[in-house]
Design a protein around this ligand. Sequence first.
Ligand code: AMP
Length: 282
Amino acid sequence: MHIFSKKVDLNKYLKDNNLDKSSIGFVPTMGALHAGHLSLLEKSTQNNVTTVISIFVNPTQFNNAEDLEKYPRTLENDVEKIKTISNKILVYAPTVDDIYEGKTKSEHYNFDGLENQMEGKFRPGHFDGVGTVVKRLFEIVKPTNAYFGKKDFQQLQIVKKLVEKEKIPVNIIGCPIFRESNGLAMSSRNERLSAEEKGKAAIIFKTLNNAKTLFGTKSAKSVSDFVSKTFQNHPIFELEYFEIADEATLLHCSRKNKNKKYRAFIAVFVNKIRLIDTISLN
Ligand code: AMP
């Protein structure tokens, strides 16, 4: 396995092996890999000559110091998991300095309003951090195709907008959400949940499914009321937001329009650990 902590070494390896001219698939992650991440890697290895995964806990996208500090960092374990897909995958696990070169600050972006909803509203500065790191990673890796999970659907839309606005020559591919057997969306943050909390957190996806059924006949407002009530009945959870929004603009659905695609988005705290999930409503 080739593991690089410096961009110059990654670039030299790609150049020396003529891989910079091949199709490069890229999977940006923050590590603590699970089957969801591995599914992105699998897709990339199937469709590209070279696959690069980055493992980097990006400080500028965290608005909460404790969340950043407690974010799991498990590089050795991650490398073992990557090997199960292919030992030809190149791992780029940079230091903060290799990415930020002494200035750990975000650029400021205008993503045409996509950044003002949901995650953007509740995590100020989050998408400036995401935009900054994704742009730098794209400049370093120069991928042909980049793979992102629909679990972070707002992030996926924002990355598509970033690429369009900054004219970055890369295809952005959205991939399905991987779940635990009880429906809980896989997440690196799940590692911080107890077995009991993990079991109880099944209610998040169950509620999204109920919301989807209700949305067939009810307004977005009554679906939101139903979701709020559900979480009020389960005091180990604190609902941060539930939102039904237009998939393209991410704007709140106040009146259903048959020609639009809608999606429900949710963020819930379980004992200070923040979990998000989403479901298509069409
Ligand atoms: P993260 O390490 O959480 O930043 O995630 C890295 C990439 O993996 C992002 O594109 C995520 O959307 C994607 N991802 C995370 N969890 C899942 C999941 N359960 N299923 C599919 N993709 C995921």
